[in-house]
Design a protein around this ligand. Sequence first.
Ligand SMILES: [Zn+2]
Length: 305
Amino acid sequence: MSMKSSDNAPVDVSWIHRAETIEGKRVYIVEDHHRALLGWAMERRATATPMVLLSLDHHTDHRRAFGRDAGDDEEKRRTWIQALDFKSDESIRDALFHLHNDEHICAAIDSGVLSTAYSIVFSQAGDTPRSIEMEAHQAASAISFTRSGGVVLPPIHTGKRRNPPTRPFHDHPSSNGTYAIGSQCYVGCAKDSHSACARRLYDEALESPFLDRQIGVLKEMALATDLAAPLSDQGFILDIDLDYFHTQQSIAPVDATTFHQLIRSARAISIAEEPRFVENLALDASLRSDWLLEKMLNQISVAMK
Ligand SMILES: [Zn+2]
């Protein structure tokens, strides 16, 4: 006999997320990032069309849905995707058993929860997909950027040295709706080598000039894909992985104008605690996820008042 109830008893979601309302803003707090899928699905039940995601995260988290658990079994992967129904808590709960913590964005796109996902990240220096201009430049000068220990190393030139192209760029459309916006360095850095820049870059994580620059890139990408001003309507989810923060200063912006505007205009906010990633990536050794969460909830409260 099946343990599955047929009396439509509500599914216990208390282990999946903690839903709070802070000054009228809905906030979903999860320990593992992929569990944010439930809160996004709940929001999607009240929108006519799939939503846009803006994620602040160290990593892109753009891996294909169920890719790890399904392995080479593409049919199994498709079956799990087809079983995903954003209207059903039970369906989301079951999906979470096979989803890993960097597969939730593609799972949300595949199941019609999201249309497009933009991730502002530190794990890469450039944009994904690459712009047409940068692709041509890198091909022509055989140039490559690599990161080591969180910093961008000087570019490696194996071809003829050329001046890099300047923005605005035209980006290739994403094949799966995901866009990652990286950054070479902090706003205004003119050095060739950024090996000593990591702390200043990370300190700027929520500063208005930094976010304005990154969102400017996002808008270039959005225009290239015929999405008009995705952050101007009420349909986007602001998603924050606390491993985006590497220093104590990073969550205490001097100029929080842009971040607070994002908080106010977001339909809802999801926050992933990811305590082990926070500690592993921290520049300030004492940085802890629970401390960051408290600061983040306070930022939301201040923005909404
Ligand atoms: Zn630099």
